[in-house]
Design a protein around this ligand. Sequence first.
Ligand code: NDP
Ligand code: N5H
Length: 257
Amino acid sequence: MNGLMGNKTVVVMGVANERSIAWGIAKALHREGAKLIFTYRKERSAQKLRQLLEQAGIEPLLCVSCDASDDASIEAAFNEIGARAGVLHGLVHSIAFADKENLKGEYVETGRDGYLLAQQSSAYSLVAVAREARKWMTEGGSIVTQSYIGAERVVKNYNVMGVAKAALEASVRYLAEDLGKYGIRVNTVSAGPIRTLAAKGVSGFNDIMSAIEEKAPLRRNIDQDEVGDATLFLLSHLSRGVTGEVLHVDAGYHIMG
Ligand code: NDP
Ligand code: N5H
């Protein structure tokens, strides 16, 4: 067995390009010997992914399309994944979506459609994929999702996504209780801001990064590789006693008043 993840198969959802948090996670998992399966939504992401895998010399077990806001798409993807892999040991959920119009101004203006879009793509999607993935986690497993401090506190402009991340973190706890009896753990990483495609063009992103350089105990921002290593820990045997947890990978920013 080679590395921390030797003989383990992990599904990674949410690589859009080389800046994606999910790509930082995939690199860490590959380094530690995991067999990898990827899901994507847009064809553009699939093309990027294939390029990245080739450049990095990673041979995936499977790449399959999966729209996390569509139950039929999730079911079809996990049926194909199960048929190929037989057993799954890990799942990385690195997916969120909200309408740009709902990521600025006042939260009180959020309409029903925008609220539901954020919730179903960013929070319910974890519940739906956990339900499908657990069918193949017959040797126990570990599920890790990505959150942000806007789940716990009011962060300007995060608005509807803060409420979706609060639901995501509560879901992590309820899923941890449900799946614990099968030896499946469920945790989340709460990352500091990272310049990714999803973060592109959102209001206030640069100001938040500067505030962290000033205020965080480590006086710097964090990167995809640091989130990758922390997620690797939560997917590996090293974290076998940890479930239902929110692990902050944010240079310590969350402890500051
Ligand atoms: P990316 O833009 O790189 O990744 C976002 C991913 O979400 C894309 O791969 C996109 O796929 C996917 N996605 C969105 N909606 C769906 C859907 N319905 N079905 C399937 N896939 C979907 O950005 P990040 O890496 O930054 O984001 C990953 C996670 O990290 C998110 O949950 C985000 O909230 C979280 N996070 C990010 C932080 C940051 O500062 N960047 C900080 C803390 C948390 P496609 O393009 O193919 O649709
Ligand atoms: C406080 C902030 C800054 C303001 C809020 C940002 C929220 C970002 C989250 C969501 C995921 C962004 C989003 O859905 C953008 C889409 O409307 C448009 N973009 C896209 O469609 C691109 C092409 C695709 C790849 O994006 C998705 N989502 O599929 C928070 C920041 C400091 C930290 C941050 C950026 C957190 C986070 O959760 O991502």
